[in-house]
Design a protein around this ligand. Structure first.
Ligand code: AMP
Length: 448
């Protein structure tokens, strides 16, 4: 039997045209299962991770349903509200709505905290079809009477389990209390523990349930490794890895533009051809770097997550996470740059002591442990034994220190633990990832 096409799902032509434009040829499993009942207006409980195509699974039918009803905008009111736990996801979901509605008229807006509210307030003035929001900023603007949910038609709760993990439950309950009784509800979560089921029950009415395999299936195609390394040895480790000629087309991810430049300088000095792409570079400079990378003129491209969007290079041999991302989904997107079209790709993550909590979050999302590779000369027992900070603490510590500054020797960090203390005072976490002795490099480590 042939895989059904988008056309078989009764989507309208302008949507099919937009899907064509973004290059989707066939619906993903969640799209196949969710689009028909959503077009009919059923409530939906979706057990699916980011990466499965769930955004299109709800955005397409919701856009189509909106277009069926005559458009009426009420000042400051959205017709559809999508709640997401993070600003990154809010932006991504909003971008997807914009892409899919390229050939229909749709007013959209995205609001999140951490930035000025004025442009967000302005974008809502005349009312919108779709509002994508994080809970805190939404409540804030509601309290200031810049947004009203009185006439809301559709409520989408995205990544419910992460919402709960991040402590948004009270905000969500407050928002739900403001919604009109009669509405269409969609609820997505990667996992369905009891408290999520309970929350879903308070929101949904006779929902259709759909569940799809997690994105970890993509992650499983990729040979992943994590290397525990002190922060100030990451550059040496990187240069060391490039002695292996099989690293011929490598994307290296850093968290910041500055970090990307630094890594590029280090590699260039070591005679490894590379270039950095990020938002501070001109479009021409970025395009040149990308072309050189595609043509094999440079071995490494150093990128931030945002700059890496839209990089479409097929035969990437390795993805190196020089710094782990704060968003676990970004890890999945990053490593997904290799192992395309069934090819076997490799992903190497550098992890220092403060990043261990990020690694833990990533492993939760990909539902597997990233195998440890201690077989490298900069393997750090101190990192391996370091305690795992709470995500908030780790993020604050990492950001307060900047991207690529080496920790100052002899100065005690405010939080976390010095390598020597971790080694002497605390037993390293017993780790069943790899039989360490067998792989441990005999190289003596003078550095720590
Ligand atoms: P999501 O789970 O919504 O975050 O989607 C994950 C990624 O898959 C996004 O980059 C989408 O643009 C992409 N995507 C969604 N649906 C399809 C499809 N039917 N074919 C190809 N790519 C898709």
């Amino acid at each position: 039997m042939n895989t059904p096409a988008f056309r078989d799902l009764n989507l309208i032509d302008p949507l099919l045209k937009a899907l064509d434009a973004v290059g989707y040829t066939h619906p993903t499993p969640i799209q196949l299962k969710a689009i028909p009942p959503l077009l009919e207006g059923h409530d939906l409980l979706g057990c699916a991770q980011t990466g499965t195509g769930k955004t299109a699974a709800f955005a397409l039918p919701l856009i189509q349903n909106l277009k069926k009803n005559p458009i009426r905008y009420n000042a400051k009111q959205p017709r559809i509200l999508v709640l997401t736990p993070t600003r990154e996801l809010a932006i991504q979901v909003h971008d997807n709505f914009v892409e899919y509605s390229k050939f229909v008229n749709l007013k959209t807006s995205v609001i999140f905290g951490g930035v000025g509210q004025a442009p967000q307030v302005k974008s809502m003035l005349g009312g919108v079809d779709v509002l994508v929001a994080t809970p805190g900023r939404l409540l804030d603007l509601i309290n200031q009477r810049h947004v009203s949910l009185r006439e809301l038609e559709v409520f989408v709760l995205d990544e419910a389990d992460r919402m709960l993990d991040m402590g948004f439950i009270h905000d969500i309950k407050k928002i739900i209390a403001l919604l009109p009784e009669k509405r269409h509800n969609l609820f997505f979560s990667a996992t369905m523990p009891k408290e999520i089921e309970q929350l879903a029950n308070t929101i949904l009415r006779n929902p259709i349930r759909v569940a799809v395999a997690p994105v970890s299936s993509t992650a499983e195609l990729i040979e992943q490794r994590v290397m525990f390394v002190d922060k100030d040895k990451k550059r040496d480790l990187l240069k060391h890895l490039f002695q292996d000629p099989s690293l011929s087309k490598v994307i290296i991810f850093t968290r910041t533009k500055h970090g990307a430049n630094k890594v590029s300088e280090v590699l260039t000095k070591a005679g490894i051809k590379s270039d950095a792409i990020h938002g501070n570079k001109s479009q021409t400079a970025r395009q040149n770097a990308l072309n050189n990378f595609k043509d094999g003129k440079i071995r490494a491209l150093i990128a931030t997550d945002i700059a890496a969007r839209g990089i479409d290079v097929d035969d990437i041999t390795h993805v190196i996470n020089f710094e782990l991302p704060h968003e676990p989904e970004s890890y999945v997107h990053r490593i997904g740059r290799t192992a395309r079209a069934g090819a076997k790709g490799k992903a190497i993550a550098f992890c220092d002591a403060e990043e261990k909590s990020l690694l833990k979050q990533i492993e939760k999302v990909i539902k597997m442990e990233v195998p440890l590779d201690p077989n490298q000369p900069y393997h750090s027992d101190a990192v391996e034994g370091a305690r795992i900070l709470k995500p908030g603490q780790a993020k604050a510590l990492i950001e307060s220190r900047g991207p690529s500054r080496a920790p100052q020797r002899g100065r005690r960090p405010q939080e976390g633990r010095r390598p020597s203390e971790a080694r002497s005072g605390e037993k390293p976490r017993s780790d069943n990832r790899f039989p360490k002795k067998k792989f441990r490099s005999p190289a003596p480590k003078k550095n720590d």
